[in-house]
Design a protein around this ligand. Structure first.
Ligand SMILES: NC(=O)c1ccc[n+]([C@@H]2O[C@H](COP(=O)([O-])OP(=O)(O)OC[C@H]3O[C@@H](n4cnc5c(N)ncnc54)[C@H](OP(=O)(O)O)[C@@H]3O)[C@@H](O)[C@H]2O)c1
Length: 355
C-alpha cells in the first residue's frame, strides 16, 4: 500500500512510498487498526512540511508521514483493553494529540502530537491507541468528521475555554470577532452562530465575506480595504468591542485586537499568520492597553478529547451541522492540496480523500 512521507524539506519533496499491506501489522492490547477514509489539512501541516513551523521541530532523520486529522473505520481491534471501547467497523476520528484527554495540553501530550513528532495520517491504514479516538456521530460523513480534530476543536476552545463542560456561552450579547476565513475561522463562525452569538468576521476577499454572510455572519470587514479594522469593529459594536477575538494573525494584528477587545474580554491567541517579531516597544504598548482593557490574552492549543466530545454533543449533533469544505483532492494529489491550502485561496477546509 502507499503512504505520503516528508523530510520537512518542502511540499514539492513530498514522496509516495510503498509499504507492506496492513495484514502483517501486530496490535498491542490497547491498539486498533484504522482504515483511513479522509484527511483534513491544516495550516500546521503545510508549515511543518515546509520546515518552517517555528523553532521547536527539527527535520527528522527518517521520512515521516505528515498530517494529523483523519476519519476512518476500525478494521481490527487489538486486545481486551481496546475491545472495551471499540468494535470492528466503528467509525472514528483522530485527536491531534492522542494523549490529551482533559485539561491543558501538557508537555508530554504535546510531544505525542500526530503529524510531528509522531507519524501522521496521510496513509491508508494507521494504528491508534484506543483512547486517542472519538466516535463519529451517525449523521456525519467521513469528510465532515475529518475537519473536527484540529480546526473545529480549536474554535470550540476559543469560544468556551473559560466555561465548564456542558455550559457553552450562548446568546447574541456575546460578540465574537474572527480574523480570516480559513479552517479555524469558519468552524468558529458556524459554532458561534449555532450558539446564537454575534459574529464579526474579517477577510481579504469580498467574495469570501459574502459566503460568510450566507453562513450567518452578522458583520463583515475586508481587512485589506479597511486596514483600521479595529476601529470598524468598535463602530459596529457602538464602542463596546468584541468579547472574544480569534487572534490568528499574531504580531501584525495583535495591537488592533487589543484596541477592539471589550472590557474584560478574551483575546484567544491561536496563530501567527502574519509572522513573528520581537518589537519591544509595541509589546509594551500592547501590555499597557491590555491593562486598560482589563482583558486577557489566552493561548489556545487545540483542545482535549473531553472538550471535542462536548463540542460534538453541544453543536454538531443537535444541529446536524456540516463542515464547510472548499475542495476535496484525490490521495495522489496531496502536493496540489497542500499548495492550494498554502495559497490561502480556500474558504473553510481542504480535504484529501484517502480511500
Ligand atoms: N493554536 C492552535 O491550537 C491552532 C490550531 C489550529 C490552527 N492554528 C493556527 O491558526 C492559524 C489559522 O489556521 P487554519 O488552519 O485555520 O489556516 P488556514 O485554513 O490556512 O486559513 C488561513 C486564512 O487566514 C487568513 N489570514 C491570513 N493572513 C492573515 C492576516 N494577516 N490577518 C488576518 N487573517 C489572515 C486568510 O483568510 P482570508 O483569505 O479570508 O483573508 C487565510 O485564508 C494558523 O496560524 C495556524 O497555525 C492554531
Amino acid at each position: 500500500m502507499k503512504e505520503w512521507t516528508t523530510l520537512l524539506d518542502g511540499i514539492k519533496q513530498l514522496q509516495l512510498r510503498t509499504i507492506p499491506e496492513p495484514s502483517g501489522i501486530e496490535l498491542k492490547d490497547d491498539e486498533v487498526l484504522v482504515k483511513i477514509s479522509r484527511v483534513a489539512l491544516n495550516h500546521r501541516d503545510a508549515k511543518i512540511i515546509n520546515g518552517d513551523f517555528g523553532g521547536s521541530y527539527k527535520a527528522p532523520s527518517n521520512r515521516i508521514v505528515p498530517a494529523s486529522d483523519a476519519s476512518g473505520t476500525i478494521v481490527r481491534v487489538g486486545g481486551a483493553a481496546a475491545a472495551a471501547k471499540w468494535r470492528k467497523n466503528d467509525r472514528v476520528l483522530s485527536l491531534m494529540r492522542p494523549t490529551h484527554l482533559t485539561g491543558p495540553a501538557t508537555t508530554e501530550a504535546q510531544a505525542a502530537g500526530i503529524g510531528i513528532p509522531q507519524p501522521g495520517v496521510l496513509t491508508k491504514y494507521r494504528v491508534f491507541q484506543s483512547s486517542g479516538l472519538v466516535a463519529i456521530p451517525d449523521y456525519m460523513s467521513f469528510e465532515d468528521a475529518s475537519t473536527l480534530p484540529t480546526a473545529a476543536t480549536t474554535a470550540w476552545m476559543a469560544l468556551n475555554w473559560d466555561r465548564g463542560i456542558g455550559s457553552p456561552r450562548r446568546g447574541k450579547d456575546t460578540v465574537v470577532l474572527i480574523l480570516g476565513t480559513g479552517g479555524v475561522a469558519i468552524a468558529g463562525l458556524q459554532q458561534a452562530k449555532s450558539l446564537g452569538l454575534t459574529v464579526i468576521i474579517t477577510s481579504s476577499s469580498d467574495a469570501k465575506l459574502e459566503r460568510a454572510r450566507q453562513l450567518g455572519a452578522d458583520y463583515t470587514i475586508n481587512y485589506k480595504t479597511i486596514t483600521d479594522w479595529a476601529t470598524e469593529a468598535l463602530r459596529i459594536t457602538a464602542g463596546k468591542g468584541a468579547d472574544i477575538i480569534f487572534e490568528t494573525g499574531g504580531p501584525a494584528t495583535m495591537a488592533q485586537s487589543i484596541q477592539c477587545v471589550a472590557a474584560g474580554g478574551n483575546i484567544c491567541a491561536i496563530g501567527v499568520l502574519s509572522g513573528v517579531t520581537d518589537d519591544v516597544q509595541q509589546g509594551q504598548a500592547n501590555g499597557l492597553n491590555l491593562i486598560r482593557k482589563n482583558a486577557a490574552i489566552k493561548g489556545i492549543n487545540v483542545g482535549p478529547r473531553d472538550r471535542m466530545e462536548e463540542m460534538i454533543r453541544e453543536v454538531y449533533q443537535p444541529q446536524q451541522l456540516h463542515a464547510v469544505i472548499d475542495r476535496v483532492f484525490a490521495f495522489d494529489e496531496a502536493r496540489e492540496a497542500l499548495q492550494y491550502l498554502y495559497s490561502g485561496s480556500h474558504f473553510g477546509k481542504v480535504i484529501i480523500q484517502v480511500e
